[in-house]
Design a protein around this ligand. Structure first.
Ligand SMILES: Nc1nc2c(ncn2[C@@H]2O[C@H](COP(=O)(O)OP(=O)(O)O)[C@@H](O)[C@H]2O)c(=O)[nH]1
Ligand SMILES: [Mg+2]
Length: 413
């Protein structure tokens, strides 16, 4: 029911004209009795009304407290509560869709199916504890192994999905690296469409690393410009290079830039590539093609290809090749992205860790069934596996888990 009226202070002076919604327990967000006041939106009006309200036994909510209460009242489970924060934080279509699906219960439904299966297996095995004189027959053993195989493969699939889930949630990380003066900062600015990083002809201009977000084909992409890698004695440059390597390790894709106008780029190539082989996904970009002759360029990329490296050419100055580069970035991202329409994706590290814990116990239980060890021991592992799963949905929780989850929410959610 929505009411219309005024908020008055103790002296009966009207503070503001408002509407208010009253929501009875069981029909509100928190599941508890709840009221919402709609006043005019100015800072001062708000402060006046809150001051009046705080005179009663009322305090401001902690971050995430509304959602925490909804969880404690049993209205939503933990995966749904976490999905609320993900939904609010979502920056892209993918992140939004996976958060929405989890809010609607897709993850908890799937987890609960697995849980039911584990519980019925546990019941079967516990029955054997009660009747130790009856030997397990072959078909029973087969059916138990089938159940545990089903659980293991489903949980493994969920764990594997986190690789793309992490990208959905945290974005795809690209690090631009290379020797000094290759044009890294120029490319960074070009992809951002703004002059964010300082570009000068002096090698070693970029000492710190810079990270910005862009959207490519609906994906959130973080791009990091790093300090150029070369032998240096300067402490500042060395420190910059240290962080450059850290960023390269964290990246889902490294764009390695080389300056074709620099005579030593070819002689550096082999040692550069050796260093790069330690890193996963590398896209080689040959920059400053405006300074090289067309005939020279014709031979370079095929020669690089022979070394087993995929390369592109680019001129940050004339922007020739930038479209092709973006196309390659998008296809590299898409290779790492799942098809959200037919698969459940785990986007939370917490969920992944709990699933991995559960998997460990399930594998123990599988070994136990196979070698027909005492059912008590198998039951113990299965119960542990269920406990791990139960921490995902919040059937089992500690204050510490809740504090950890809800402290990340904003106030008022
Ligand atoms: N001619 C030409 N100059 C470029 C190109 N890209 C960058 N530069 C110049 O190369 C120098 C170094 O560029 P910068 O982006 O700072 O390189 P970084 O040290 O790798 O970050 C600057 O003077 C840029 O203007 C290009 O494609 N063509
Ligand atoms: Mg730079």
């Amino acid at each position: 029911m929505m009411y219309y009226g005024s908020i008055v202070n103790e002296a009966d002076t009207v503070i503001d004209e408002i509407t208010m919604v009253q929501m009875p327990a069981g029909k509100s967000y928190t599941g508890l009795d709840q009221a919402e006041i709609f006043c005019h939106g100015g800072q001062f009006v708000l402060k006046q009304i809150l001051q009046e309200i705080y005179k009663y036994d009322i305090r401001p909510a902690e971050p995430g407290e509304f959602t925490r209460r909804a969880f404690l009242a049993g209205r939503i489970d933990l995966t749904k509560a976490e999905a609320v924060a993900d939904l609010i934080a979502s920056k892209t279509e993918y992140a939004y869709r996976s958060a929405r699906d989890n809010l609607l219960g897709e993850l908890s439904q799937h987890i609960n199916i697995l849980r039911d299966r584990a519980i019925s297996l546990l019941a079967e095995i516990e029955a054997a504890i009660d009747y130790p004189e009856e030997n397990l027959d072959i078909s029973e053993k087969e059916s138990q192994l089938k159940s545990i195989k089903f659980l293991i493969s489903n949980i493994k699939e969920l764990i594997d999905s986190y690789k793309s889930g992490k990208i959905i949630k945290e974005g795809f990380k690209i690090a631009i690296a290379g020797r000094p003066n290759a044009g890294k900062s120029s490319l960074f600015n070009l992809l951002l469409n703004q002059n964010r990083a300082i570009v000068t002809p002096t090698p070693g201009t970029t000492r710190d690393y810079l990270t910005e977000w862009i959207e490519l084909d609906g994906h959130a992409v973080s791009i990091t410009d790093t300090a150029g890698l070369r032998k240096s004695t300067s402490a500042i440059e060395k420190s910059g290079q240290f962080y450059a390597k850290v960023e390269m390790k964290r990246a889902d894709l490294i764009i390695w830039m080389a300056d074709v106008s620099n005579k030593s780029w070819k002689s550096n190539l082999n040692s550069d590539l050796k260093k790069l082989s330690k890193f996963g996904n590398v896209l080689f970009v040959l920059n400053k093609t405006d300074l090289a002759s067309k005939t020279a360029l014709k031979n370079i990329l095929p020669a690089i290809k022979e070394l087993g490296i995929y390369g592109l050419d680019l001129s940050c100055k004339t922007k020739s090749g930038i479209g092709n580069l973006k196309k390659n970035l998008i296809s590299s991202i898409n290779k790492n992205m799942p098809d959200l329409t037919d698969r459940l994706i785990v986007t939370s590290e917490r969920h992944k860790k709990k699933l991995a814990g559960s998997l460990k116990y399930l594998k123990n239980a599988q070994k136990g069934i196979q070698s027909e060890i005492s059912p008590e021991l198998i039951a113990f592992d299965l119960r542990q596996a269920v406990n791990e799963i139960d921490e995902i949905t919040g059937r089992i929780y500690t204050e510490e888990i809740l504090d950890n989850i809800f402290s990340r929410f904003c106030i008022g959610k």
